[in-house]
Design a protein around this ligand. Structure first.
Ligand SMILES: Nc1ncnc2c1ncn2[C@@H]1O[C@H](COP(=O)(O)OP(=O)(O)OP(=O)(O)O)[C@@H](O)[C@H]1O
Ligand SMILES: [Mg+2]
Length: 355
């Protein structure tokens, strides 16, 4: 284990217990087994169905260096929030060991004092009776920050998140995006060594998305280490030095965006929209490495295709000729260089196998 690591995890796993059939609240009648069974059945219906335990993380090992921005990328339910909550000292892993800011996971209370945690998808914990500015000062002073410093840090955090003009609004009067930036501002008050951001970009407009991205990229200059999750590859690629890809609780890949995209070097991605309801009968031409398609929502019967193809003059026409054999009209074609999103299969897409 590297002593200098800001975060180190070794084979960390998490199983959430399932819900069990409960007879809680059942009124036991003495008038025979039939009534008892009827009461028990009603209680079981009321207390929910039995659910098996959920294996949310499976043997996750990772090391994050001080000053690094680690992106955690994965679809819904892949374990991003579970991982971040373990790093924040909010839930305990079922197995494995690790350290955060030098403290073992078993000392969760100490870890919580050394990390800033932002969950923009869960409980926000803002004081609704206070303004944006008062919220920040309240939480700063609550943690023991002298009031002058709390005032200065509050002002700086509001400015960094473009909230100065909204500082006097009650937190209930803020828009969703403003409230999300307020949570981010609150997390930056303390300059903790580790900053954990669970989907901080959700719901932000493009300008504020860029602003928050630049802000995150600047945190390492203040000596902070960042873990930031999202389910969109482009978002993570733009902010992270290295990316951990989670799929159903397992680490699928880990590396710099460039390393992860390297297997697609020399290939092009074609995004095509067609008007048709069938896939071509013949397999795709050999220059095509990978094909995915999904039906576009709506009454038009359109399909969106993503093809990874060998770059070359004939690739384009060969692909279009192949798609054309299904008889539909080609509506849009776009060619681009592969990015991180092309490394991950779309969860909901169908695949067409090459010959
Ligand atoms: N408190 C809990 N009790 C039981 N199961 C849970 C609990 N929290 C999460 N899970 C399960 O653990 C798995 C991972 O969930 P998690 O919230 O970590 O995923 P995620 O990658 O953050 O997803 P999303 O993109 O939707 O936020 C899911 O199957 C989820 O249903
Ligand atoms: Mg989540």
């Amino acid at each position: 284990m590297s002593a200098a690591a800001a975060i180190h995890l070794c084979e960390v796993g998490k199983t959430y217990p399932g819900r069990e059939l409960s007879l809680r609240g059942t009124k036991l009648e003495t008038q025979g087994p039939v009534l008892w069974v009827r009461n028990a059945a009603r209680a079981v219906r009321l207390t929910g169905e039995a659910a098996p335990p959920v294996r949310a993380l499976e043997r996750v090992s990772l090391t994050v260096a001080p000053g690094e921005v680690l992106g955690v990328l994965g679809p819904n339910g892949s374990g991003k929030t579970t991982l971040i909550k373990i790093l924040a000292g909010l839930i305990r892993p079922s197995e494995g060991v690790g350290t955060v800011a030098g403290w073992p996971l078993s000392q969760a209370g100490v870890i919580r004092r050394h990390v800033a945690y932002v969950s923009t998808t869960g409980w926000m914990g803002l004081e609704w009776a206070l303004t944006a500015e008062e919220n920040l000062r309240f939480f700063a002073e609550l943690s023991g920050m002298p009031s002058r410093r709390a005032r200065e840090r509050t002002r700086a955090a509001l400015a960094a998140l473009d909230l100065t003009a909204d500082a006097a609004k009650l937190s209930g009067e803020l828009s969703n995006g403003m409230r999300q930036r307020l949570l981010m501002a609150r997390a930056l008050l303390w300059h903790t060594p580790v900053v954990l951001l669970d989907e901080p970009f959700v719901g932000l407009d493009p300008d504020h998305r860029r602003q928050v991205r630049d802000l995150i990229r600047g945190l390492p200059r203040e000596g902070q280490t960042v873990v930031v999750s999202d389910h969109q590859a482009d978002v993570v690629e733009a902010v992270a030095d290295r990316v951990l890809v989670l799929e159903a609780g397992r680490v699928q890949a880990m590396g710099t965006p460039r390393e992860l995209v390297r297997p697609l070097a020399g290939l092009s991605v074609l995004e095509v929209v067609t008007e048709m309801a069938a896939t071509p009968a013949a397999p795709p031409p050999p220059i095509v490495h990978h094909v995915e398609w999904q039906a576009r929502p709506g009454p038009m019967g359109r399909m969106a295709w993503r093809l990874t193809v060998e770059t070359g003059d004939t690739a384009f026409s060969a692909v279009l000729a192949w798609l054309d054999t299904a008889g539909g009209r080609i509506i849009e074609v776009e060619e681009r260089r592969p990015g991180l999103r092309d490394v991950l299969p779309e969860a909901s897409a169908h695949r067409v196998e090459s010959a």
